[in-house]
Design a protein around this ligand. Structure first.
Ligand code: NAD
Ligand code: UDP
Ligand code: UDP
Length: 343
């Protein structure tokens, strides 16, 4: 078995673990599970641009080849159609483990599969990390806080989660994935990192994936009413995808296990979000109220003090700046004039 330091050639001979000045950084071999999805594909772009070799592992449940096809033909890029619920043998230095549907509509579609992906899938990737001495990063979620009784949410909060509800396959699944990650860390010495991601939006989101930002943007572009669930007073905090990718990479490269909240503290009610969408796309877009879904968290906003202090990270793109970037991508995809893989 290898340790992560041995893998990178920065073992006992180099106590600082830093790459000596004058030596070119060696490209890493990195697996991104779920790399054909929304967040994963943006992460892959950054890793490839940095000079690393990337293997995407994806079963294409919610991911699309179009998200990564601009890397086809690049010898530093490989795409494997594989379901992480099955074991996988690879030799790599780092594992970014993103594979899991993220939209409530998708993760509720086959809840047992969602649990298997979170539990067995994470177990397999941790087993892989242990065998080859790779560093492992879990993309967990703000949903581990459930319908939070603390506001904003700090990483020390243990959450308020319904174990038998329709969202449990996802939030309890991710909580178990966090537990497995810490147990492999404590028990087997695997180098791990845990990110708790808050609602993220941007180019390449599935157009009809049912999440609120993609729904509102697609609806406004198609001249359909914006569907606000419930009274629209529930809140979320929306992060632009480039900020998230920056946070994930800092977390992976840094020295702290976490968990770290990665999110934008700008908090909006769904009615306020609808207004921003109206301002950005169509001031005449109508709003239509619909019944809310079961167990919908009433409010959500990250406390990002820990990430600021220990990772030197904070989001840079406000909702009003980020939304237009997503809108132009959605416009191209909905009305044609579409360049695949463009962001
Ligand atoms: P996404 O649905 O676009 O991407 C998930 C990817 O995982 C897809 O490409 C899908 O095909 C793949 N996948 C799903 N099940 C798989 C399996 N069993 N084996 C292999 N591949 C599988 O979602 P996203 O928004 O890019 O989310 C990525 C990660 O970030 C997820 O783990 C999600 O839980 C987490 N996250 C996202 C958000 C957000 O707002 N986007 C918030 C919190 C957490
Ligand atoms: N695993 C994998 N790839 C590897 C090593 C392990 O997919 O390179 C899987 C393995 O099949 C097992 C899981 O990861 O289901 C946990 O592996 P570990 O070695 O920790 O446990 P064990 O195999 O002893 O149950
Ligand atoms: N929502 C909405 N209209 C929609 C889709 C979602 O009002 O068309 C609401 C939903 O009830 C929730 C919030 O938007 O309160 C965020 O939902 P989403 O599915 O995007 O993510 P969640 O944070 O629930 O995982």
């Amino acid at each position: 078995k290898f340790s992560y330091q041995h893998r990178l050639g920065i073992g006992s001979g180099n106590p600082t673990g830093k790459i000596p000045l004058g030596l070119k950084r060696k490209g890493l071999r990195i697996v991104v599970t779920g790399g054909a999805g929304f967040v994963g594909s943006h992460l892959v772009d950054r890793l490839i641009a940095r000079g690393d070799s990337v293997i995407v592992v994806d079963n294409f449940f919610t991911g699309r080849k179009e998200n990564v096809m601009h890397h086809f033909g690049n010898p530093n890029f490989e795409l494997i159609r594989h379901d992480v619920v099955e074991p996988l043998l690879l030799e790599v230095d780092q594992i970014y483990h993103l594979a899991c549907p993220a939209s409530p509509v998708h993760y509720k579609f086959n809840p047992v599969k969602t649990i298997k992906t979170n539990v067995v899938g994470t177990l397999n990737m941790l087993g892989l990390a242990k065998r080859v001495g790779a560093r492992f990063l879990l993309t967990s979620t703000s949903e581990v806080y459930g319908d939070p009784l603390q506001h904003p949410q700090k990483e020390t909060y243990w959450g308020n989660v319904n174990p038998i509800g329709v969202r449990s396959c996802y939030d309890e699944g991710k909580r178990t994935a966090e537990t497995l990650t810490m147990d492999y860390h404590r028990g087997a010495g695997v180098e791990v990192r845990i990110a708790r991601i808050f609602n993220t939006y941007g180019p390449r989101m599935c157009i009809d994936d049912g999440r609120v930002v993609s729904n509102f943007v697609a609806q406004a572009l198609r001249k359909e009413p914006l569907t606000v669930y419930g009274d629209g007073k529930q809140t979320r905090s929306f992060q632009y995808v480039s900020d998230l990718v920056d946070g994930l990479m800092r977390l992976m490269e840094g020295e702290h296990v976490g968990p770290f909240n990665l999110g934008n503290p700008g908090e909006f009610t769904m009615l306020e979000l609808a207004e921003v969408v109206q301002e950005t796309i169509d001031p005449n877009a109508r709003i239509e109220f619909r019944p809310n879904t079961e167990d919908d968290p009433h409010k959500r906003k990250p406390d990002i003090t820990r990430a600021k202090e220990l990772l030197g990270w904070e989001p840079k793109v406000s909702l009003r700046k980020g939304l237009p970037l997503m809108v132009s991508n959605f416009r191209q995809r909905i009305f044609g004039d579409h360049k695949e893989g463009s962001s």
